[in-house]
Write a protein that binds this ligand. Structure first.
Ligand SMILES: [Zn+2]
Length: 136
């Protein structure tokens, strides 16, 4: 993946305040409010900040947790996993490997009937869905 490096000031210009808060300050959108929570449209989910491909609709599943959930990224090296011990919890943060923006967290072994039993719990505002229709 090509690395995308921008200054904080450049990100603030490019992103709206909510996108900036989540992507660049590791914020979390309120559950069940994001635009892709229940989306079943086929397509590719790319990074809202830099456009790198992150997930596809094929791995999206209904987790009922309030955020778009995927059982695997498009490619393992498209995301960076970082241990996160904030808020008194041991979690694994998921970031875009290209621009280092915050996407969400990944949880494992919760019993979801998916091929990996991983749940990439991703903020809608961190993603942009491209469909075959929107590419035309
Ligand atoms: Zn990115």
């Amino acid at each position: 993946m090509n690395k995308v490096m921008k200054t904080d000031a450049e990100w603030r210009v490019q992103l709206n305040p909510e996108e900036y808060r989540v992507l660049r300050q590791a914020g979390t959108e309120r559950p069940f409010t994001g635009e892709y929570v229940d989306t079943k449209t086929e397509g590719v989910y790319s990074c809202r900040a830099c456009g790198a491909e992150l997930f596809t609709s094929d791995s999206k599943f209904e987790s009922h947790c309030g955020w778009p959930s995927f059982y695997e990224p498009s490619a393992a090296d498209h995301v960076t996993l970082i241990e996160d011990r904030s808020l008194g919890m041991a979690r694994v943060e998921v970031r875009c490997a290209a621009c280092d923006s915050h996407l969400g967290h990944v949880f494992h072994g919760e019993g979801y009937p998916t091929p990996t039993d991983d749940r990439y719990c991703i903020n809608s505002v961190s993603l942009k869905l491209r469909t075959s229709a929107s590419d035309k």
